[in-house]
Ligand binder design. Structure first.
Ligand code: PHE
Length: 462
């Protein structure tokens, strides 16, 4: 049992307990994707129908692939590239499977480059909350604060500064390694975020717009849903569960052998989905109470929540706590976005992890600069009417992650011998194992391909 852990243990370390893994994986999954991405994407794609497709994707595609990814990680015990290469070799498969790991490493770097910019907005709001700048906001000022002429997005300097702060913090923590860096950061903060969100959702339910907000979120109206919305819902499921790019594979590599993967995966997916839904329940009643636009885009959470805080006598305090937690949630996700590339470079170069993390952090920071300038200096540089940040988000979330997930599902479903698979997947009943196997073999890949084909217009069922 111990021997299989040696490579990961000696090079990168292992999680100390199952709980530590659950917290780290939940820390990876729960992030801006849940609280920033899910509500605004649901809002832009008509609400209930998007949410329903999203939930279907989590259950039929996301959870099975989550189990597959953790399984690969624990089998390979290395960075996603090395893990894929090792397992492919052991199973006598083509070495080209390592490319799935490589695409994942690249995808993590690209996601982090814009993720850090959005995380920078949370820092900017935190600073505003602390200095009292969010007190007494009304609707117009809340919108102008973010998107106005002198708003947060309009200032290239501030965008770049906060992006830099966030990247430095991320690199410093990743540089310290699995135990000291990642584990201690998530233990306290994830439960606090959950409590805060429950409180906000309860408050929102007391607002006059609660009924309309909930109807928007939970009543499917398929006439509002376009194929692009279906693709976005699938991409969002991948993004939110941190799937398809090796983050969870890398974390799975540090998972002790006796932990049951299926149960652990179900817990992580359950937490992640609950947090997204809670964020929706907190946000949409505010949208309808104040006559805001549910489809207004990436700024949604940054406009709605400060408005709600402004109504409360302890609003300043609440705003400080909330943005601190949102920032933390973003940070714990960022760590996992950077881990695959870091672990791979550690394996390849045998250089000091700390130096690697700083160097890599710098490269990701550079790649992120165009995203930091997307809504100001480079606001004219759009493609399909989308600013650069949205383009990188769309390419990675909607294309690269589902593609990575497709290959991971096919590899685990068809290319690993049954005995090897079952040996790793203890804790599954025979029935659930069979259901899972056919989900990764057929259902998930077919659904991904089907949604892709729909989107590029080769199939047209709508
Ligand atoms: N799941 C994270 C979020 O929802 C983002 C993420 C994506 C993290 C992919 C790792 C890998 O914010």
């Amino acid at each position: 049992m111990q021997r299989s852990s040696t490579s990961a243990a000696s090079l990168h370390g292992l999680w100390s307990t199952r709980l530590a893994f659950i917290l780290a994986a939940t820390g990876s999954a729960v992030g801006l994707g849940n609280i920033w991405g899910f509500p605004y994407k649901a809002g832009a794609n008509g609400g209930g129908a998007f949410v329903l497709i999203y939930l279907g994707c989590v259950l039929l595609i996301g959870l099975p692939i989550l189990i597959a990814e953790i399984t690969l990680g624990r089998k390979g015990r290395s960075s996603p590239i090395t893990t894929m290469a090792t397992i492919a070799r052991r199973e006598n498969r083509s070495p080209a499977w390592a490319l799935v790991g490589a695409m994942g490493v690249l995808c993590g770097v690209l996601i982090l480059s814009f993720y850090s910019v959005v995380a920078g907005w949370t820092l900017e709001y935190l600073q505003l909350a602390i200095s009292g700048g969010l007190n007494g906001l009304n609707k117009e000022r809340a919108v102008a604060l973010l998107e106005g002429e002198n708003g947060i997005l309009a200032s290239p300097t501030r965008q770049v500064i906060w992006h830099s702060v966030f990247m430095i913090l991320t690199a410093l923590i990743v540089g310290r390694g699995v135990k000291q860096g990642l584990e201690s950061a998530v233990k306290l903060l994830m439960p606090m975020l959950a409590i805060m969100l429950v409180g906000m959702a309860i408050y929102s339910l007391t607002l006059p717009g609660a009924g309309e907000g909930l109807r928007f979120l939970f009543k499917p109206d398929f006439s509002e849903l376009k194929t692009a919305g279906v693709l976005a819902a699938m991409g969002q499921a991948f993004f939110s569960l941190s799937l398809g790019m090796g983050a969870i594979m890398a974390y799975g590599a540090y998972l002790p052998r006796d932990v049951s993967i299926p149960k652990t995966a179900a817990i992580v997916a359950g937490f992640d989905t609950s947090v997204a839904l809670l964020a929706g329940i907190a946000i949409f009643p505010i949208v309808y109470t104040y006559g805001l636009e549910p489809g207004s885009g990436p700024g949604l959470v940054f406009v709605t929540l400060p408005l709600a805080f402004a109504q409360s006598p302890i609003g300043q305090f609440l705003a400080c706590v909330f943005f601190l937690l949102l920032f933390t949630a973003a940070l714990t996700s960022a760590l996992s976005l950077m881990e695959p590339a870091t672990a791979w470079l550690v394996e390849k170069t045998k250089m000091d992890r700390f130096e690697i993390a700083l160097g890599l952090g710098f490269v990701i920071w550079l790649i992120g600069i165009p995203s930091a300038l997307a809504y100001n200096v480079l606001s004219g540089a759009t493609l399909f009417d989308k600013p650069i940040l949205d383009l990188v988000d769309g390419l990675t979330t909607n294309i690269m992650l589902p593609l990575g997930g497709l290959f991971i599902a096919l590899f685990v479903g068809w290319k690993i011998s049954k005995a090897n698979l079952q040996n790793e997947l203890h804790g599954f009943s025979a029935r659930s194992y069979t259901v899972w196997l056919w989900l990764v073999r057929v259902v998930a890949p077919a659904a991904i391909v089907f949604i892709f084909l729909q989107e590029i217009g080769l199939l047209n069922f709508s």
